[in-house]
Design a protein around this ligand. Structure first.
Ligand code: CDT
Length: 334
């Protein structure tokens, strides 16, 4: 009998700044119930699920932004989500803004098992955007570096109802190292929530933001690490800012097996065959047989792009322009 996990991404349409936690939680419970009606055992909600994506607002004084943060989990307004999930016997992943008792602020996610117990916590490591406003400070921004500290819990893998689940959040999904670190701990499924704006006035983070890059990131992560990826978007328009949506479930073959069709509240579900990964792990991505960590030292020693490392026995050729000569060939073939 093959090991399977019925899993869903619960995409959440725009949450406006005036929406209360209670209103949002009611929407989440509807999504949870729909997922449970389809026999789902694990539901993945987005990043910062409980509020609008508030890092778009500049506020010099962080203490004035406490209303966006949770000081306990679950607090009274989120408790009904935990209660309903336990009644339905469904586990879930939830992203939210965390304000700790000693005043630290993190972009956090948790994993809750089918008995309502929090079994894992993650604090976002790759915080994109800026610490100060760019251009007109009244215009929508991306200020995660202002609002949050870099997570201090590492990239963990947790047992949720017998399945090894790794967590990350939004921008983390674009970094190959994230999936690999989770895969090295035996993750069978990587779950993540995200808020990806299509672009902001005066700041375009990618020339062609960004559905293809989003899906490519999930697919590469899944394939190269022989695991399932479940990604849940905050989608649609939030306070005038458009989010890409595109919640998706990706198999260890790197294929998108299910994807959101709209930009509102939507359950995207599949039955993930956890044994599918075994074929990949046994051959092409047999880590024990093929990985060469001694050759990857730069990955942990160096953060930014730098000079080539001398190759033993070879005289380095002088570089032309800003890169190796092969760059010229690449340009000519474009
Ligand atoms: N929330 C988050 O991490 N979003 C980033 C946006 C980067 S560019 C606006 C993302 O990688 O999708």
């Amino acid at each position: 009998m093959r090991r399977q996990l019925s899993v869903a991404a619960a995409q959440v349409g725009g949450i406006q700044p005036g929406e209360t936690r209670e209103e949002v939680v009611r929407r989440l419970i509807l999504l949870l119930e729909e997922a449970a009606a389809r026999s789902t055992r694990l539901v993945v909600f987005p990043e910062l699920t409980l509020t609008t994506f508030f890092p778009r607002y500049w506020a010099q004084d962080l203490a004035s932004t406490d209303r966006w943060f949770e000081t306990e989990m679950p607090g009274p307004s989120v408790q009904p989500l935990f209660d309903r999930a336990r009644e339905l016997g469904v586990g879930f992943y939830l992203g939210y803004a965390e304000l700790t008792g000693d005043g630290h602020r993190y972009n956090t996610s948790i994993l809750v098992d089918s008995t309502g117990r929090i079994v894992g916590r993650y604090r976002k490591i790759h915080l994109p955007g800026h610490a100060r406003p760019v251009g007109d400070e009244q215009a929508p921004q991306h200020l995660e570096k202002h609002y949050f500290e870099v997570g201090d819990l590492g990239l963990g893998v947790f047992d949720v109802d017998g399945v090894r689940i790794g967590m990350c959040l939004c921008n983390d999904r674009r970094w190959a190292e994230v999936y690999r670190v989770l895969a090295l701990q035996g993750a069978e499924v990587v779950v993540l929530g995200y808020n990806s704006p299509l672009g902001l006035p005066g700041w375009q983070p990618e020339p062609h933001h960004m559905m293809s890059a989003h899906l490519l990131s999930l697919q590469a992560g899944a394939y190269q690490n022989s695991l399932w990826v479940v990604a849940a978007a905050k989608a649609g328009v939030e306070d005038g800012a458009e989010m890409i949506g595109g919640s998706a479930l990706v198999s260890p073959a790197g294929e998108v097996v299910a994807r959101a069709t709209g930009t509102g509240d939507e359950v995207v579900q599949t039955v993930a065959d956890l044994d599918l990964a075994a074929a990949y792990r046994a051959e092409i991505f047999d880590f024990e047989a093929h990985r060469r960590p001694d050759q990857y030292r730069l990955i942990t020693e160096r953060t930014g792009r730098g000079a080539p490392v001398p190759v033993p026995g070879q005289v380095p050729e002088p570089l032309t322009g800003h890169g190796p000569r092969i760059a010229t060939t690449t340009q000519e073939t474009r």
